[in-house]
Design a protein around this ligand. Sequence first.
Ligand SMILES: [Zn+2]
Length: 324
Amino acid sequence: MGIIKLEEARYPQLDTLDRDQTIFIVPVGMLEQHGPHLPVGSDSIQSEARAQVTSEALNARRPNLNVVIFPLIPLGVHPVELLNPSFKHVGSFWVRHKTLRDILVDVGLSIANYNFKFIVIESGHASPMHMMAIDAASKYVSEKRNVKMFHVNPLVGPIDVTEINSMLKEPIDQAELDKAKFDFHAGIWETSRILYLRPELVDEEYVKLKSTSLEKIEDIYRRVKDKDWKGFLGVPKLGKKDFGEVSLKIYGERAAEVILKILDGAEIPEVEKWFQKISVNDQKILDESLYEMERRLEEDLNLWIGENGILKRYLGDLQNEGSH
Ligand SMILES: [Zn+2]
């Protein structure tokens, strides 16, 4: 049957899917400011596009395989500007890591309930607790049910800019490209992909933005605190439509390769995440305080539910009324 968008399918179609030859792809996005030049839904737009190119690459390699694309889950965990309390622009709307984890547990279980065996989470947003939430949900569902559920993006690994550049009609100057080595947020990669996917949403002034270059990955934690930080980390002005197109195509092919290996019986590899490569002290800068903030909110919410138990009252009423 090829590629199916879940929300467009009717149940007789879904009933006939071979449980061992069907892969569900669940794209997870994020609403986060992406500099003054890109839309706040940039991660969501890219996540859906990556789900699509991956499905196409899977379909080209194994035409008998079914790929079901789950509707986008547009919410993610922790925008990068939480590192800079003086960044006051409106643009990031996020959920607690437990919220994302629980949504993915529920989604995974609801797919597993029909005995489908492969669930791929597609999400490029890379805040540590966002990635850990996806991993926790995936491991839980995989362990409790006879399924393989995993986050594909870290398994694909980084794509070499030089490789992409060599495929462009007009390659970018290598010296310029070297400045984009740690291009992390709304820089060359994301600007290029949105220029390719949704050019009308990109402010054309992006070519005038002064770059934030990073020497090493942990500079992320410092450069966002620069005075006049504009909300991006990297080199947006190098963004090019065909760079975006080629990078997506390569991504789709690599992701399909990884997924097929796992479908064919390989173990899900354990890979080190970017933040696990930096010092614990650097990681703590952000995550300890965010964890504490989430913990306090949850405590308050549980207390409130205890006192104002709307759902409990409803269920209690159902039980009391049940005997009439
Ligand atoms: Zn992004």
